[in-house]
Design a protein around this ligand. Sequence first.
Ligand code: GLP
Length: 269
Amino acid sequence: MRVIIEPDYEKLSLWAARYIARRIKMHERSGETRPFVLGLPTGSSPIGTYKELIRLVKSGYLSFRNVVTFNMDEYVGLPREHEQSYWTFMHKNFFDHIDIPAENINILNGMAEDPVAECQAYEEKIASYGGIDLFLGGIGADGHIAFNEPFSSLSSRTREKSLTYDTKVMNSRFFGGNISAVPSTALTVGVETVMSADEVIILVNGHSKARALKHTVEDGVSQAWTCSALQMHRRAIIVCDEDACDELKVATYRYFKDIEKANLEPMAL
Ligand code: GLP
């Protein structure tokens, strides 16, 4: 696991966006005809990364014409047009501002009549592209990745999951503070779906994520902190800010600062 410690959210976002941009460019230059397959999250964590990716597209440096995306999750029971659906979030914050063809965008349908079939078809579609090249993710304060809440199976694949009370409280800020307005379940990729990607980048910012970061990096692999499964990934990169490091041991912090010291500047383009 690599841990990139940036001074603040802005730098963290630049680092992640430029890393992703570089991966897409490398894929393009390799002459691969297969599209680049990118897994994407919602939430506040990726907004800065999306902003920089949008800027790179608008500047002409980057194109998403040959990129296929798969979002991590979607609330059950919210129609696409609902202002808090992840479909709306993704279009408003990212897809409407880049040159990705609409048919390249994949988001689970939270209104599917048969959620089991919907989830199965999602996994099959990912497989049909040869899997995900890079999965970008955020993390919940309780360490959940996508909506894989504590004690989710670390071998899980896309399915419907109940949301914990804590997650509903956290996400109620988007529903006018009304916990009962937050859907109780979501369709989500599984831990194993994320783990099957060739590469995973997780964004961790702010003091409220400090415990989750500690469990991701320092403690043992446990279903209680689904983020800890990333320790078993061959190419996992955690990009965090200083505030998120509050619970790391000084030695851990120093180790990553030292070993990554040549790689901390968001790459120049
Ligand atoms: C939600 C999403 C996760 C996201 C998490 C953290 O529960 N399902 O994918 O990582 O929230 O959100 P934020 O980035 O707003 O802290």
